[in-house]
Design a protein around this ligand. Structure first.
Ligand code: WTA
Length: 635
């Protein structure tokens, strides 16, 4: 019997040891017993971090949707697979059973096929959090098309960049979306993006808000009539273990977003196994992850992980503040949610509203609380533990990344004793290391360094779409034979990990990773701007917010600075999305630069943190005089 469900700490240690002593044999056992394969693998693991190349379960054949849906039909056909809670609490929730999901995914898959989509084609999905989003993801997987979901809060420019980077042929969208009291004209954004995407020849539009929209003839079609005509039987395409399942973009510290490529078998095995253990999911539980499917958390822990385990996964269309800040708790009460998984930024925003809004609701169904996306601060951890969990529901602070596909460091609830702000222990099969600045591994406990992983795990991204060299440079070149995460971490006296945050130029704002370079590029498009630099600074709700240092061109005219600030944020919204807007914009006479012309962000970061007592070595600066000027005018 494999150790699919871990129930106590001793067992965790025993299984962990087994998983690192002989990883191949360990994962083989898990894979054998808990998944549906069309053909078993010839070789469980082949890897070489210097290339880098990682292959799990090579030779195996499968279709992940048969694991998510078909194999549950005999035992769970009438069980709710997706529980959809609409934006408007007055609108009825929708229970989509496994039987219904099967029909709807197959129908959608047949529509895709009829529109000429084949195995290996890329399909961009730009949809709000409505059932069609999950269904279209699965429909792509059914026929072997590679889905690339773009978060529906991204702007037209950001959408176009992602579509073109992976040569998507088709786009799936809706006539608009609801977001609290507002509606958003998604289709307008799509139309604008597609002006720059000649490769997209077909657009299928789902009706959600019933808005009158522009339909481009020959390109755009309403989805529903096509579904109505389609058969609800669609043979699953048989896929190889290492065929790509999806591309998902994440920000890098420089350059354009990175299209992380995840493949079939390893991703399936690892997301399923982590889901089962980290949420201690039991039959008949109702599990809710508040993320958007546009992010990796939604891919792995709203869609794939839960469905592979035959779970009921709740999908929420709305926002935590609508109709008021009690909405999350209202949903927990209404659907008797057992596992609740959210982000520290949401916890902080809700904590600010006071505990009364939580106390109004019956949250006694809750058994596990999760956190993801950024370090959770001590205050938020306690608020969550005391007010939501009533000190009865363990908090799983789960550390992982778009690149890792699944949760890497996390407590197992009711198994691992928790410690505020600590993600605690590596999950089964995960071998983290901490490296010092000279590239040596820090052994033992009570050390702090840069977090790496020294052995492959099944759900790691295999490459960056179209740019394997960048994959190698970003993740496998900083430290020899190690996957470098870009995060700093410390290991305490018992071996628990605490993630201290990014050590590169990625800034996490409200749980969203933002690279500084694309934002600076956007700012520099403003005709009055000569140059700019962005850093993060602490923010009580968002975790970090953005501070921009902007030098204006010396044109002799005086400018209305408030107006320029507004215009800069407008440009950022258009290029990236409203999430990337700057909280503070300081106009400077120049930016501190090294003699080689590099902006010294370290200094700018300290000024933004109001930590100027020791700016470190400024002797290498080309223009040390600007530092005083920036400090004097800091916001
Ligand atoms: C950060 C989200 C501390 C980290 C799944 C990582 C965290 C980046 C945690 C990846 C956590 C995520 N504690 N930091 N529990 N979870 N992070 O790709 O910096 O959107 O590298 O994946 O978020 O963000 P991504």
């Amino acid at each position: 019997m494999s150790n699919y469900h871990i129930k106590h700490l001793e067992e965790y240690y025993q299984v962990y040891r087994k998983s690192v002593r002989n990883p191949g044999a360990f994962w083989e056992e898990i894979a054998e017993e808990h998944f549906l394969w069309r053909k078993k693998w010839d070789n469980v693991l082949q890897w070489d971090f210097s290339k880098p190349e990682v292959k799990w379960f090579e030779g195996a054949q499968l279709n992940i949707t048969e694991n998510c849906i078909d194999r549950h039909l005999t035992t769970r056909g009438n069980k709710t697979a997706i529980l959809f809670e609409p934006n408007n609490p007055k609108e009825l929730a929708e229970h989509i059973t496994y039987n219904q999901l099967h029909k709807r995914v197959n129908q959608f898959a047949n529509v895709l096929k009829a529109q000429g989509i084949k195995k290996g084609d890329r399909v961009c999905i730009y949809l709000p959090m409505i059932p069609e989003l999950a269904i279209s993801v699965l429909a792509c997987a059914r026929i072997g098309a590679i889905h690339s979901v773009v978060f529906a809060g991204f702007s037209a420019t950001a959408l176009a960049t992602r579509i073109n980077d992976s040569d998507c042929k088709m786009l799936l969208t809706s006539d608009g979306s609801y977001r609290g009291a507002k509606t958003i004209d998604l289709k307008d954004i799509v139309d604008e993006a597609l002006e720059h995407c000649p490769g997209v020849t077909r657009v299928l539009v789902t009706k959600r808000i019933h808005a009158t929209i522009n339909m481009v003839s020959g390109r755009d079609q309403w989805l529903q009539p096509l579904l109505d005509k389609a058969s609800n039987i669609c043979e699953a395409e048989i896929m190889n273990a290492e065929d790509p399942l999806f591309i998902l973009y994440t920000s890098g510290s420089t350059g354009k977003p990175k299209g992380m490529v995840h493949t079939m078998a390893g991703y399936m095995v690892y997301t399923a196994y982590t889901f089962k253990n980290i949420f201690q999911y039991r039959e008949n539980d109702v599990y809710w992850c508040t993320a958007d499917i546009g992010w990796i958390t939604g891919h792995s822990y709203i869609v794939y992980g839960p469905l592979i385990n035959g779970a009921t996964t709740l999908m929420f269309e709305g926002v935590p503040s609508y109709p008021d800040y009690g909405r999350f708790w209202d949903i927990v009460q209404k659907h008797k949610v057992n596992q609740f998984y959210t982000a520290p930024t949401a916890i902080r925003a809700l904590a600010k509203q006071g505990a009364e809004l939580v106390e109004k609701y019956d949250l006694s169904s809750l058994k596990v609380l999760g956190s993801v996306g950024e370090p959770i601060n001590e205050e938020a951890w306690h608020w969550y533990n005391d007010n939501v969990g009533k000190k009865n529901s363990p908090i799983v602070d789960t550390w992982w990344q778009t690149e890792t596909g699944g949760i890497m460091i996390s407590p197992i609830p009711y198994v691992t004793p928790t410690k505020p702000t600590y993600a605690t222990l590596p999950f089964i099969g995960i071998q983290p290391t901490l490296m010092d600045s000279h590239g040596a591994e820090l052994k033992g406990n009570q050390v702090e360094g840069r977090l790496c992983i020294k052995f492959p795990w099944p759900s790691m991204a295999r490459t960056i779409w179209g740019n394997h060299q960048r994959y190698k440079d970003t993740y496998f070149s900083t430290y020899k034979n190690q996957y470098f995460t870009g995060d700093g971490a410390l290991r305490d006296e018992v071996g628990y990990y605490r993630i201290t945050g990014r050590v590169d130029d990625v800034i996490i704002v409200s749980g969203h990773n933002l690279g500084t370079a694309p934002i600076e590029d956007a700012i520099n498009e403003h005709p009055a701007v000569s140059e700019s630099a962005i850093v993060g600074f602490p923010h009580t709700i968002k975790g970090s917010a953005l501070y921009g240092y902007v030098t204006l061109k010396d044109t002799g005219e005086s400018r209305d600075q408030d107006n320029v600030r507004k215009e800069i944020n407008q440009i950022i919204s258009e290029h990236i999305g409203p999430i990337a807007k700057l909280d503070k914009i300081q106009f400077t006479s120049g930016l501190p630069k090294t003699r080689s012309g590099k902006i010294m962000r370290r200094i700018l970061r300290k000024i933004a943190h109001k930590d100027t007592s020791n700016l470190g070595d400024t002797s290498t600066l080309l223009n040390p005089e600007v530092v005083q000027d920036i400090m004097d005018n800091a916001l």
